[in-house]
Design a protein around this ligand. Structure first.
Ligand code: NIG
Ligand code: FE
Length: 409
C-alpha cells in the first residue's frame, strides 16, 4: 500500500472514455498529433477517488442532533430520545422521489468537487418496502442523470422502524420475505448491508438477512463493531462478505478473522471525528496484518456529514497513522476492488476508465497535508470534464463600483 507508481512528467492518451496509453508525456504527444491536449500544468494527476461507503440519499439534515452533541449528548442518547436514524427516516418517508432526487443531485455535485468519481450508495432511510424501493430508484436515476458512477447497496436493515419496535422479528421477516426478493428481481442493488449493533440488528438477525441476500446473488458489506465489539467483523468473515465497515471496536481476533477469510476493512474516520470521539479503528494493525484497507467518507446526515475524501485522507494520516501513500491506495485501487471493480477503475492503467482528478499541488502528499478547503483543480469521468475550480477574480478592488447593502448590521 505504501508504494505508488508515480510517473514524473507523465501523460495519458484517452480514447472513447478509456485510457489507451500511460507513460512519458513527450512520447505520448509525439504519437498522437491529432489529439486534443489537456495540460495539467505540472500538477498532480490521480485516479478519481472511489468512495466505498456512503448514505447518499436522504431528506433534510440532522442539525438538531449536531447541536445536542455539541452540548454533550452522545449518538446513542440522541437516538434513544427520538433523534438519530429514525428522524431522517421520518423525513425521507415524507419526501417524494423527485424531492429526494433534487437533494441527492446536490450531494453528487459536492462529491465531484472533491475529486470523487465513483461512490457506493446505500438505501436505509425508508424502512418500508415502498420507501426503500423509492431510495434505490433515486440511486438508479442519479446514475443515469449525473456523471458520478454509483454502486447501489440495499440497507433495509439499518434500524428497526418505530412501528415494529415491539416486534423486531416482524421487520426482519419483512426485509427477508418482501424487500430482498424485490430488490434482487428489479436489480436495484449489487450489495446488501446490515447495521450489526446492539439496539439495531444482532448477530443472529444479521446472519439471517445477509444469508438470504447472498442466496439471491447479492454481495455483502456489514456495518460492524462501530459502537461495541459485537462480533461483526467475525460475522463478515464467516459469511465471506466483501467488506466489514467501521471496525472502531474490532480487536485482534476480528482482524485475524478478516485476514483468514479475505474480508476488506473499510475504515470511516469521518464518523469518529464528527461524533466527537477519539477511538479510531486500528488501521496500522490491519495494514501490518496484510489487509487491503479501504478508507471512505460514510457520508450521511447523522454521523459523518462530509463528502470530502481529501478530509478523510487527512484524518487517516493524522489520527490513524497511515502514510499519505497508504491513504491514496486505500481511497483508490483498494476501494475499487472492494466494489468488485478493480479491473475497471481505481488506477490509471491501460484499458481502465479515464476517471481522474488534477490536484492543485506538486506533491501528492499535499492532498492529505493541507486540509479543509477544495484542492481538486479539475475532475474527469470517462474522459469528460465534470468539474473545474473557478479562477480567482483578479483585482476585485478595481471592479466597477458596487453598492453593498447590509440590512442587519
Ligand atoms: O454509518 N451506523 C449506521 N449508519 C450510519 C449512521 C447513519 C445515521 O446516523 O444517519 C453510519 O455511521
Ligand atoms: Fe455507514
Amino acid at each position: 500500500m505504501s508504494k505508488l507508481a508515480i510517473i514524473p512528467n507523465g501523460g495519458m492518451l484517452i480514447h472513447d472514455g478509456r485510457i489507451d496509453i500511460v507513460g512519458a508525456s513527450d512520447e505520448i504527444e509525439k504519437n498522437a498529433r491529432d489529439a486534443e491536449v489537456v495540460d495539467a500544468g505540472g500538477r498532480v494527476v490521480l485516479p478519481g477517488f472511489v468512495d466505498a461507503h456512503t448514505h447518499l440519499v436522504f431528506a433534510g439534515t440532522r442539525l438538531d442532533d449536531f447541536e445536542r452533541r455539541a452540548r454533550g449528548e452522545t449518538y446513542e442518547q440522541i437516538a434513544a430520545a427520538g433523534g438519530g436514524i429514525w428522524s431522517t427516516v421520518e423525513k425521507t418517508r415524507a419526501a417524494s422521489e423527485s424531492e429526494l432526487l433534487d437533494q441527492a443531485k446536490k450531494h453528487v455535485s459536492w462529491f465531484l468537487r472533491c475529486g470523487t468519481t465513483t461512490v457506493e450508495a446505500k438505501s436505509g432511510y425508508g424502512l418500508t418496502l415502498d420507501d426503500e424501493l423509492k431510495i434505490l430508484r433515486v440511486i438508479r436515476r442519479l446514475n443515469q442523470e449525473t456523471p458520478l458512477e454509483i454502486v447501489p447497496t440495499f440497507l433495509g436493515a439499518h434500524a428497526i422502524p418505530h412501528e415494529d419496535r415491539q416486534s423486531p422479528q416482524r421487520y426482519v421477516r419483512l426485509v427477508i420475505n418482501e424487500m430482498l426478493p424485490r430488490v434482487a428481481s428489479e436489480k436495484l442493488a449489487e450489495f446488501c448491508d446490515v447495521f450489526c449493533e446492539h439496539g439495531y440488528f444482532d448477530i443472529e438477525q444479521s446472519r439471517e438477512i445477509l444469508t438470504a441476500a447472498k442466496n439471491l446473488g447479492l454481495k455483502l458489506r456489514i456495518h460492524a463493531d462501530q459502537l461495541t465489539n459485537s462480533g461483526g467483523a467475525k460475522l463478515a468473515a464467516e459469511l465471506r462478505a466483501m467488506t466489514a465497515d467501521h471496525l472502531e471496536k474490532t480487536d485482534e481476533k476480528g482482524i485475524a478473522a478478516m485476514k483468514a477469510d479475505g474480508v476488506q476493512p473499510v475504515l470511516l474516520p469521518g464518523s469518529v471525528y464528527a461524533l466527537g470521539l477519539t477511538g479510531y479503528p486500528r488501521a496500522r494493525e490491519m495494514i501490518e496484518a496484510g489487509l487491503p484497507v479501504v478508507i471512505a467518507t460514510d457520508f450521511n446526515p447523522g454521523s459523518s456529514p462530509s463528502p470530502s475524501m481529501p478530509t478523510i485522507l487527512s484524518l487517516a494520516c493524522t489520527q490513524m497513522k497511515m502514510s499519505p501513500a497508504e491513504a491514496i491506495t486505500a481511497s483508490t485501487i483498494n476501494a475499487a476492488y472492494s466494489l468488485n471493480r478493480g479491473d475497471k477503475i481505481g488506477s490509471l492503467e491501460q484499458g481502465k476508465l479515464a476517471n481522474f482528478s488534477i490536484f492543485d499541488c506538486e506533491d501528492f502528499r499535499e492532498i492529505a497535508y493541507w486540509f479543509g478547503f477544495p484542492q481538486a483543480h479539475s475532475v474527469y469521468i470517462r474522459g469528460e470534464r465534470v468539474h473545474k475550480l473557478p479562477e480567482m477574480t483578479q483585482k476585485f478592488n478595481e471592479a466597477p463600483t458596487s453598492i453593498y447593502r447590509f440590512s442587519h448590521l
